[in-house]
Design a protein around this ligand. Structure first.
Ligand SMILES: [Zn+2]
Length: 474
């Protein structure tokens, strides 16, 4: 593929296009239809940089009285078949601009569905190569090649058919099941739970399930992995001795974190399956229950590194979540708020308060700068601040990992920890996260019982956007 421009590539694909679906007249397009579930069966052929897949897609909002329905794939891939309830469907496919794929091009299948009973679902087949990006940044590492399979999903690499047009908001669906076939010397990792793995001659066949997972998170990687299984934890590393040794360090950190969380935070938590995989360059990601660490982060893995922080954050989620309804003003706090901070005291217990204070000082100055400029460090304009107790479930996606959760809220918890000292701070968090349920008044009552003079400050941190002298670490 080297030296082949995207334009040449697009042309090459266009030429072979009409063989599969003839051009057809286009009538009324379906209004935003959504997928309810996917059953996927995908064979990866790394030595040919390609895949072949079939999908049964059930729709959640079955459109009535529409003539066509659009499906999208990475631009190099081709739709090779489509049917509904056993009846073949006609359609036409073309290439369209699609910023939500690493090639910026998507194959769009405009399927003729007039008269089809869409409640029976769609059966779609597709195949083709996924070569490295020639259109976007180096960090778009997605591809299938001799090194393995490196795919994300909507937003990056559309490896299975989506009903999402470019730029539309992603949403959760059930992936049930996802069958992944690779050469036997490779091992795939998908987001979700692995139900089965077996060898079928020279193929490795694994079966996965992920319920209610955002399409955006449907990450899939395959490499010649060795796997370490420790309870719910699966660690995937390359076979060389350095990678294997780093895997032991990863495992060691995870064990210590889980011990810390179980002792100090919510009791009796069942940790779901977690997959930690050594990924290629730029592959530091966290999606669903899969954490990827790039090769250069994996080698010489350090608990205090960005990778260690990511791992610690992903693991803490179930240990600091009090079950509250989505309508509760505390919902966003328990889903992403407590998890955005509560891994830091755990890491501090291994790495020391010097490490912790350096991290928190950086967060404090970063937050002050964001407030002063309205922009983040990369110059992106921030969304307007919202008090935590007014956040809706939708706001979680707006702010998480970017603004308010990773700075303002961490500073609130840090304020509490500095006033109480580490030990009593952990008592306080332990008491909060072991409640059966909680409302804002209940949360305030517990905080004030530990720190009687803190009531007004608690309100300013959580119920307002105020930030001035006495708050944080100025
Ligand atoms: Zn999180």
């Amino acid at each position: 593929m080297s030296g082949n421009s995207l334009a040449n590539l697009a042309l090459a694909v266009l030429v072979v296009l009409p063989a599969v679906f003839p051009e057809t007249a286009i009538g009324v397009a379906a209004p935003a239809s959504r997928a309810l579930s996917y059953a996927l069966d995908v064979t990866f052929i790394p030595e040919k940089s390609s895949l072949e897949g079939t999908a049964r897609i059930m729709l959640s909002d079955v459109p009535t009285a529409c003539d066509t329905l659009d499906l999208y794939l990475h631009g190099e891939l081709q739709f090779t078949g489509a049917s509904c309830g056993g009846v073949e469907l006609d359609g036409s496919q073309d290439l369209v601009f699609y910023g939500s794929d690493y090639s910026s091009v998507a194959r769009r299948l405009r399927l003729v569905v007039a008269g089809a009973d869409l409640s029976r679902g769609l059966d779609i087949a597709w195949r083709g190569p996924m070569h490295p990006s020639t259109a976007r940044a180096l960090s778009n590492y997605m591809r299938i090649d001799a090194d393995g399979v490196f795919l994300r999903s909507y937003g990056y690499s559309v490896w299975f058919p989506l009903l999402l047009a470019d730029g539309q908001e992603s949403y959760p669906v059930d992936f049930d099941p996802v069958v992944l076939r690779t050469p036997s010397d490779m091992k795939p990792v998908f987001t979700g739970t692995r139900l089965d793995e077996h060898l079928d001659e020279d193929q490795r066949v694994t079966t996965w399930r992920a319920k209610g997972m955002d399409i955006f998170s449907a990450q899939c990687t395959a490499r010649p992995y060795r796997e370490i299984v420790a309870g719910p934890l699966h660690i995937y590393h390359l076979p060389d001795p350095e990678s294997a040794e780093a895997a032991d360090h990863v495992l060691d950190l995870v064990r210590r974190l889980l011990d810390f969380y179980a002792e100090n935070y919510r009791h009796g938590v069942a940790v779901g399956e977690l997959h930690v995989a050594q990924l290629c360059r730029f592959g530091n990601i966290s999606s669903g229950n899969m954490v990827g660490l790039a090769d250069d982060s994996w080698a010489g893995f350090e608990p205090g590194s960005y990778s260690g922080l990511t791992l610690a954050h992903e693991l803490v989620h179930p240990f600091v979540r009090v079950p509250v309804p989505e309508s509760s003003p505390l919902y966003a706090l328990f889903v992403e708020g407590f998890p955005s901070y509560c891994h830091l005291p755990a890491l501090a217990s291994f790495l020391g308060d010097g490490w912790y204070n350096e991290i928190m000082d950086g967060i404090a100055s970063g937050y002050a700068q964001k407030r002063a400029t309205g922009k983040d460090r990369r110059g992106r304009t921030l969304p307007p601040a919202t008090p935590f107790l007014e956040m809706t479930p939708k706001d979680i996606g707006t702010y998480k990992d970017w603004y308010l959760f990773p700075d303002r809220l961490r500073l609130y918890f840090d304020d509490l920890r500095r006033r109480l000292g580490d030990e009593e701070f952990l008592d306080l968090v332990g008491e909060i996260v072991n409640q059966d349920t909680l409302d804002p008044a209940g949360l305030r009552r517990i905080v004030v019982r530990h720190l009687p003079e803190f009531g007004a400050m608690h309100d300013r941190w959580l119920a307002t956007n105020d930030f001035d002298a006495g708050m944080g670490r100025q």
